[in-house]
Every structure is written in structure tokens, then in C-alpha cells.
Write a protein that binds this ligand. Sequence first.
Ligand code: PHE
Length: 342
Amino acid sequence: MDKELNVLKQETLNAIGKLADNKKLNELYLDIFGQSGKFTNLTKKLKTLSASEKPQIGRLLNEVKKELETAFEKHKSIIRNFKLAEWIDVTASGSGPSTGHLHIVSQAIAEITEIFERIGFTRMRYPEIDWDWYSFESLNMPVNHPARDDFETFFIDLPSNPKLGKVVLSPHTSSGQVREMERVKKPPIRMINIAKCYRPNWDISHTPMFHQFEGLVIDKNINITHLKGTFDYFAKEFFGKERKIRLRPFHFQFTEPSFEVDITCGICSGRGCRFCKDGWLELGGSGMVHPNVLRAGNIDPDVYTGYAFGWGVERTYMMKQGLKIDDLRLLYSNDIRFLEQF
Ligand code: PHE
């Protein structure tokens, strides 16, 4: 009889494991422990055994009963938990996978590019590691000229070129001006050069790597009204229709005359507030291309004239958002709590 009991136990355990709903589990339970269940029938046979067999089989019956009942209970809770997990509220709002987005500087670059492309500018890119010639000398800043001090520069530890000088990390996108003249050879030129620039500054308003967008337009009869008209167009497209620009006299070696370009503050509309102080925000430098720069690019300054401007992408974008970031380095710290906000 002990053999029969073991077979019944094994078969029952196997059957329990296969069941996935309570009704079937109850049916199985009755099939085993019901009035004429398989187990019940076996217990009835106990009477027929000899006195010497009875205690041993009796013990075995108790053990098997306990084991099977525990298995039934356990499986009941397994079915219950499984049902809970399976239950789906189809009316609940979904939680899709979180998606990323372009970095704010990439967003700004895309937007700036599009605005200038609409009026015939071509997006260009020139080397981040360049010769002194393109960064300074061709821009009317001979070696040892004090104007170079305005552009603190990383020098690369490489041998100099007899004609082009030292190797530098380009400190401004103006290094693309003469390269563009060399590429196009004969004007018209309408370039928008957006690239990384490097200067050894690291504080709340400077990162050693930043971005500039540089416009260069060269053709016959280009004058200051073209420069001003382009800035007006950009200001209205990028910042909004109500914004105005103004030119302030300034000095750059590579432009003559030179200007700083200001735009009316978006927060106070030019009346003056805490953010801007006097109603104007500074966009960046510009001017009419210096004849020496045209000559360096093999363009005859008696035939052609042009204008150029170079503004910071990060700065311009912050101005658009009306944001005064306490620490510009946040832009490049990859803190998701900051980046998510744009
Ligand atoms: N390259 C200048 C700077 O980095 C800006 C500039 C560009 C000024 C073009 C005039 C013309 O500050």
C-alpha cells in the first residue's frame, strides 16, 4: 500500500503544478480528498491491514495528507498572485518609454542654420585645430600684435609651419573667413560657419569650449545696410517680431568699421530691467571686412566688399530663452535635471 500512496502523491503533485485556475484546483482536491476521493479510499483500506502494518502505513498516510494539503494551499496563492499580476486596467494612461532630445546647443545650431539658409547662406565648417595664419595673421593680426590678447589661445605642441605659423585650437570662427575665400575663389560668398571654439577660460560665464556662428558675405557693392538688414531679419526670426537691434561702434582688427550688435531685451521690451539693466543685450561682434583680410584671401578689395559677424551660440540661445544661467558650465555637465527642461 505504501507504493500506491507514493504513486498517488507524485501524480497529484504533478497535476497541481499544471493547474492555472481555482475551479480546477478545487475539482482536483475533491478528486483526492472528497468522500470517495482517491486518498479517502486508501485510508478506508487501513482497517484491512494487519496490526503490525497499521502504525507504519498510518504514519505514511498522515505525512502524504499533510504534504498534499500544503501543496494545494501553496498553489492557490500562486494562482491568486498570478491573476493579480495579469490584471490590466485598459483605461489607465500609458507610461511610454522616456525619449531623449537633442542637446540645447544642437537645437540652437539647427535653428540658426535654418534661418540663415532661408536667405541664401551656406552652412560651412572649418577645422577646430588650425594654423595661426587663419586664426590671426590673415585676419590682420600680425604676430605680437596686442589685439591677439583679446583672444586667449590654446597652442598645440606641434612644429610650426614656416608660412602658416603655430598650430592653435581655433579661438573664434573667424578663422573660417579666409578659408572660405580660398574655397570659393570668386565671390559671391554667403557663408554661415558654426563651429566649436576654444579659449582657456573656466568660470561661471565661460567654458573652455563653446560655439560661435560666423557669417561672411562678400560681393560687389555690399555695404552696412546689408549687414544691418541681415541682423534685423535674424533678430526677428530667432527672437521674435517685436525685437530690434542696434549697432555700437567697436574695434576689431579684421573689420573696419566694426560694431557690437545689441538687441532689445525680451523681458522688458527695451525699457530696462534687472536682467538687461539698460534695455539692450549684447549679441556679439561684427563689421565690414577689412581690405587686408580680403587681400589675404586673394580677393580684390577695390572690386569686392563684405561684412562679417561672429556670435556665441550658447549666449544667443540663453538670451532667446530669457535665461540667466547662474553657471554656464551647467550646459556641459550632462545633468539630466537641467537638460530635461529644454
Ligand atoms: N571673432 C570675433 C570674436 O570672437 C567676432 C567677430 C566676428 C567680429 C566677425 C567681427 C567680425 O569676438
